[in-house]
Ligand binder design. Structure first.
Ligand code: GLC
Length: 741
């Protein structure tokens, strides 16, 4: 009888659910234990992981016909879209539906620089500029524009949640995934992430703010224990997540692989429940990072609601724990409820008829424009840049001919094309030196022929030698010399302080010296372009007349770099991290990536003094400071004022274009606390804004509002936020103003 009643009520429910939104509270009692477990443990466990898959990671193949054939037979590399009948091959994760109750699947896909799905059937997505570029723009409106387009591709290709943004702090410049992250500063990182989330979710699809928390390195990422003080956690490492959760409300959060103060992040109740939900009011669901197969029972109890991509062991673990009474089923019900509330918003649940044809041409233009806004002009002696119209250019460096558009790992994007710098300069009307271009084209082609067909890595064409004779001839025959230095990094590994990585390789060093001498002797400008996701040693910068940091600027890279080199776009990017004169100047360099004393543990000894906070505290002058960036014009500041408007500090300043070219200015506001007996950073970024394009002579008054509460520090003894009373000093460029709080 009971079974019949259950069936009838389920049928009744299924009928109603199709007609209206998901009524979570009434559906939970109808679910069997297996169905609840199917909702929290991902669908990947239902397929065979191919025998050749690397441990822990499904194999990737570029033979998409083969993949689709295998998927159709339900045996395929990676997560199969079993329940969506392969409609979106290549998603990273999928929820097992409960069809009898009208609960659909939900599709999760990477990544921060654009949607990553199999490009089968021409399902290419746009490779947008990477995280560091968005942060360098200091322009939240721009970021929102980029992610409105990115989120449109998520929706139109039938995906529900994009596994982004990635917002971990640049604790050390060698972290392999810094290209995906934003900054050494928590406010900048949090505000960029908030704008990112708003843009994506404006399409009615979700995000997954990651990796929560303290995933500051790739070395031993699946278990390294980050030993961090509560003050450093709250003021630095958790702060970007707090800003994004409270301001932009991401549908989901992804917990990180590592431990935080001895506890796995995905099993960390203080992090996932006390702080994230009780303090910050997060109302979505938490998923694990992929294959973070800790203990499912502890993960559910801690508030980690979904286990991705899902393994049999996890499903069994939860069932056993429930049946043995170790895990109260109410914990499971809570996770199921949180997941279903998000599902109810998803396009798949709402039967959205996706087009499979987003406007990729329009999005490519958005990617190109955004890339130009984040590029940072580090040097421009004697106005070497912009290039003269139709100038003759000798273009050197393998990266110039096979540009790097994004990083490696899950953050990679299956894009249809990329524009390298040779193409971009030609498109912009510059005349490339044929002898040099032919040499590099042949070199690049022969090297690329050796590249492995592997999604996970992004191979880099090695540099080739430039002889003195070549350099001399090129300097004589051309107006400019340009040399691109490239660096690749990504998920699963950190960079090294070695030649060819943090430092120039011997070959790069000799090439730069040869070119610098030849072009200087010929009185022609020599320009270096940096094409990497983060930063490198800059002690060679005397050899260049101009240096443009182009980062990993997305698929339109060559066109975007040419837009800036030609002066079509005036560079307005600012460094979101500090470039030290010497690697050992970074506070974290003493122990990155592992503490010497305790294997598997990293003591965050610098505490809150990360990045410029550390350089200021230690009185060390960097090579290029946080917030540094030149323009083809100049700006003046005047009339800075500060007042306290009912608990909000209102700061205004007038910015004037005092140069000869139109340009935009990033306005950075720092605050310095009054003297107090607590160690405080000399200054902290408390706000920023980007002006509109100012014509020469034009001015704009910029207003930045700072809630007084945002100025507080975290007192570890009393375990509460406190505001040092007294005279606060606010600084913008060469302007300062005081406010007593
Ligand atoms: C990876 C990454 C995470 C990504 C996930 C799915 O290991 O750490 O950023 O979203 O797995 O691919």
């Amino acid at each position: 009888m009971k079974k019949k009643l259950l069936l009838v009520s389920a049928l009744l429910y299924a009928v109603t659910v199709c007609a209206q939104s998901l009524n979570v509270d009434s559906i939970i009692p109808l679910l069997t234990l297996d169905e609840k477990i199917n909702i929290v443990v991902g669908a990947n466990r239902l397929i065979e992981t191919p025998p050749d898959a690397a441990p822990g990671m499904p194999a990737r193949t570029t033979d998409w016909d083969e993949v689709n054939k295998l998927r159709a037979e339900k045996i395929a590399p990676g997560v199969i879209t079993a329940f969506s009948e392969g409609r979106v091959p290549g998603v990273a994760g999928e929820m097992i539906p409960v069809e009898r109750l009208g609960i659909t699947t939900m599709l999760l896909a990477d990544g921060p620089a654009g949607l990553r799905i199999d490009p089968a059937n021409d399902h290419y997505a746009t490779a947008f500029p990477t995280g560091a570029v968005l942060a360098s723009s200091f322009d939240t409106n721009l970021v929102e524009k980029v992610t409105e387009a990115m989120g449109n591709e998520v929706k139109e290709y039938g995906v529900d949640i994009l596994l982004a943004p990635a917002v971990n702090i640049h604790r050390n410049p060698l972290c392999g995934r810094n290209f995906e992250y934003y900054s050494e500063d928590p406010l900048l990182a949090g505000k960029i992430a908030s704008a990112y989330i708003r843009g994506i979710q404006s399409n009615g699809v979700g995000t997954s703010l990651k990796h929560f928390a303290v995933n500051s390195q790739e070395t031993m990422r699946n278990g390294v224990n980050a030993n961090v003080s509560e003050r450093a956690l709250r003021e630095i490492y958790l702060r970007p997540f707090e800003i994004a959760v409270t301001e932009a409300h991401p549908w989901t959060i992804m917990s990180s692989y590592n431990k935080v103060n001895g506890i796995m992040a995905s099993e960390h109740r203080w992090l996932l429940s006390d702080v994230l939900r009780d303090e910050w009011g997060f109302d979505g669901f938490v998923m694990t990072d992929w294959w973070a197969e800790q203990n499912g029972e502890r993960q559910i109890k801690a508030g980690n609601d979904m286990l991705m991509p899902g393994t049999d062991r996890q499903a069994k673990e939860i069932r056993d724990a429930i049946e043995a009474g170790r895990l109260d089923e109410r914990f499971l019900d809570l996770s199921v409820a949180r997941i279903l509330k998000v599902l109810a918003k998803s396009p798949t649940y709402n039967r959205y008829e996706y087009s499979d044809s987003p406007d990729l041409a329009a999005h490519a233009q958005i990617a190109r424009d955004a890339a130009t806004e984040g590029m940072v002009l580090l040097k421009n002696d004697n106005s070497a840049l912009p290039l003269k119209k139709k100038a003759k250019v000798a273009l050197f460096g393998s990266m110039s001919y096979d540009i790097l558009v994004g990083g490696s790992g899950s953050g990679n994007v299956n894009r249809k094309y990329k524009v390298s710098l040779d193409e971009g300069l030609a498109n912009a009307g510059f005349r490339l030196d044929r002898k040099i271009s032919d040499k590099y084209a042949a070199h690049v082609a022969s090297e690329k022929a050796k590249f492995p067909e592997n999604f996970w890595t992004v191979p880099v064409v090695p540099e080739t030698d430039i002889t003195e004779a070549e350099a001399k001839r090129a300097a004589k025959d051309n107006d400019f010399g340009i040399y691109t230095i490239g660096r690749m990094a990504g998920e699963g590994g950190d960079r090294r302080t070695e030649p060819g990585d943090w430092y120039l390789s011997d070959l790069e060093k000799s090439n730069i010296e040869t070119l610098s001498k030849a072009f200087r002797d010929a009185k022609k400008p020599f320009i270096v372009v940096l094409n990497m996701g983060n930063i490198m040693d800059m002690n060679w910068d005397g050899a260049a007349d101009a240096i443009l940091h182009a980062w990993l600027p997305g698929q339109e890279a060559g066109n975007a770099i040419a837009d800036v080199l030609s002066g079509k776009v005036n560079p307005s990017g600012r460094l979101p991290m500090t470039i030290a004169k010497d690697y050992s100047d970074y506070p974290s360099s003493k122990d990155f990536p592992m503490s010497n004393n305790t294997p598997g543990t990293l003591d965050y000894n610098e505490d809150i003094f990360v990045g410029y906070r550390g350089f200021d505290a230690n009185g060390i002058t960097p090579a290029y400071p946080f917030g540094y960036g030149l323009s083809y014009t100049t700006f003046g500041y005047s009339d800075m004022k500060v007042d306290n408007n009912d608990g909000v500090a209102n700061i205004t300043v007038t910015v004037t274009n005092t140069g000869k070219k139109p340009g935009k200015e990033a306005v950075l506001l720092f605050a310095s606390a009054p003297e107090t007996n607590v160690a405080m950073p000399k200054r902290e970024l408390r706000g920023f804004a980007k002006t509109s394009l100012l014509q020469p002579g034009a001015s704009e008054t910029v207003t930045i509002e700072v809630p007084v509460d945002a100025l507080r520090y975290f007192d570890e003894f009393d375990r509460e936020w406190k505001l040092p009373a007294g005279q606060w000093q606010f600084t913008i460029a060469d302007q300062t103003a005081g406010l007593t709080l």
